[in-house]
Design a protein around this ligand. Structure first.
Ligand SMILES: NC(=O)c1ccc[n+]([C@@H]2O[C@H](COP(=O)([O-])OP(=O)(O)OC[C@H]3O[C@@H](n4cnc5c(N)ncnc54)[C@H](O)[C@@H]3O)[C@@H](O)[C@H]2O)c1
Length: 317
C-alpha cells in the first residue's frame, strides 16, 4: 500500500500496438492495473514511440513501466492481450477480415507459444469469435484460459442507450448482448433491468414506452455502432480500450466479474464447438464459468441460428 494506492504486481503483454493496442496500454496505465506493460508489434519503431508517449504521463496517474518488447516478454505474463490485425474499412463486415487476421494470429501464436509460461489470453482482433476458436485450438490450454472481448463492448453500448433513454446512470442498467460480435448478435431483452426492476415494468411505472419498435431501433443502432464510428473517424479504439480494462481488472485484481465474452462453447444453450459470447464469470484464470440463464424460446432460437452461421464460417477455414 502506498498513499492509498494498491500497486499491482502484474505483468501484461499487448501484442499489436496500433490504435487499439496503444489505447489499451494507455487505459491500463491510468487505471494502475499493471506493474509492467510490454508492447509487441512488427513495427518496432512505432511501438517504441507509443511506449515512450504513454510512459511520460504524471507518475501519480499511472506508475506502470511501459516499454516496447519482443515475444520473449510473454514469459511470466499474467495477461496477454492480442490486438494485432487489420481493422475494417467503411462498408466491410468483421467477417471480411478473416483471411488476413487469421494468418496474423497464426504468426502471433507460433511466436508467443515458445515463451508462454501461463496467463490469460484475451483476444480483441476481429473477427473476434473466429479468432477465439482458432487461438483456443492452437494453444491447447484449459477451457476459458483464452477468451475474446466478444459482446462486452456491444453490451456496454446498449447500456449507454438504455441509460440515456431511462435517464438513469449506466450502473443502474443491466443487459447482455450475446452471440456474435457482429451482425447476428442478440440482446437478451427478457433479462434487461433498471435498478433491478425488469425493463418493461420499469418503463410502465415511469411513463415510458418499451415497444418492439423501440427495442428493434436500439438493437439496430448497437449492431451498426462500430460501422457508424468507422464511417465518421475511420476506426474505433477508445470504447474497446475501456472494455478491455474492465475485463483485465477481473483477471489482474482477482475481482470476479460477469460479462458477455466469447469462448468456445461446450453444450451451453445447446451449442458446442463455436466461439460466441454468453454471460460468463471472469476471474484470475480467464473465463471461469459460462452462465446458463433462462432465455425466451425466441432468444434461444436466435442464438442457435447465430451458432449455425458461425459453424458455416468455421467450415470454410
Ligand atoms: N473486439 C472489438 O470490439 C474491437 C474493437 C475495435 C477494433 N478491434 C480490432 O482490433 C484490431 C486492431 O485494430 P487497430 O485499429 O489497432 O488497427 P491498427 O492497424 O491501428 O493496428 C494493428 C497493429 O497490428 C500490427 N501487426 C500486424 N501484424 C502483426 C504481427 N504479425 N505481429 C504483431 N503485430 C502485428 C500492426 O503493425 C499494427 O500496429 C482489428 O482487427 C480491429 O478490427 C476489435
Amino acid at each position: 500500500m502506498m498513499d492509498g494506492y494498491i500497486v499491482s504486481k502484474r505483468k501484461v503483454a499487448v501484442i499489436g500496438a496500433g490504435f487499439v493496442g496503444a489505447s489499451i496500454a494507455y487505459a491500463l496505465t491510468i487505471r494502475n492495473l499493471a506493474r509492467e506493460i510490454v508492447l509487441i508489434d512488427i513495427d518496432r519503431e512505432k511501438t517504441e514511440g507509443e511506449a515512450m508517449d504513454i510512459q511520460h504521463g504524471i507518475p501519480d496517474l499511472g506508475n506502470a513501466v511501459v516499454r516496447a518488447g519482443s515475444y520473449e516478454d510473454c514469459r511470466d505474463c499474467d495477461l496477454i492481450i492480442i490486438t494485432a490485425g487489420r481493422n475494417r474499412k467503411p462498408g466491410e463486415s468483421r467477417l471480411d477480415l478473416i483471411a488476413g487476421n487469421s494468418g496474423i494470429l497464426r504468426n502471433v501464436v507460433e511466436q508467443m507459444q515458445k515463451y508462454y509460461t501461463g496467463g490469460v489470453i484475451m483476444l480483441v482482433s476481429n473477427p473476434v469469435d473466429v479468432l477465439v476458436y482458432q487461438c483456443t485450438r492452437w494453444m491447447g490450454l484449459p477451457d476459458g484460459r483464452v477468451f475474446g472481448t466478444g459482446c462486452a463492448l456491444d453490451s456496454s453500448r446498449m447500456i449507454r442507450l438504455m441509460a440515456d433513454y431511462t435517464k438513469r446512470d449506466t450502473e443502474s442498467v443491466k443487459i447482455n448482448i450475446v452471440g456474435e460480435h457482429g451482425d447476428s448478435q442478440i440482446p437478451i431483452w427478457s433479462r434487461a433491468a433498471v435498478d433491478g426492476i425488469p425493463m418493461q415494468e420499469y418503463c410502465e411505472k415511469h411513463g415510458l414506452s418499451w415497444t418492439q419498435e423501440i427495442r428493434d431501433d436500439f438493437a439496430g443502432k448497437v449492431r451498426g455502432m462500430g460501422a457508424s464510428i468507422i464511417k465518421n473517424k475511420g476506426r474505433t479504439h477508445f470504447g474497446i480500450a475501456t472494455s478491455v480494462c474492465y475485463l483485465a481488472s477481473a483477471v489482474l485484481d482477482q475481482r470476479p466479474t460477469i460479462a458477455s465474452v466469447s469462448t468456445v462453447l461446450k453444450g451451453e444453450y445447446g451449442v458446442s464447438g463455436v466461439g460466441l459470447s454468453v454471460p460468463s464469470i471472469i476471474g484470475v484464470n480467464g473465463v471461469e464459468r459460462r452462465l446458463e440463464e433462462e432465455w425466451t424460446e425466441e432468444e434461444l432460437t436466435l442464438f442457435r441460428q447465430a451458432a449455425d452461421k458461425m459453424k458455416g464460417v468455421l467450415d470454410t477455414l
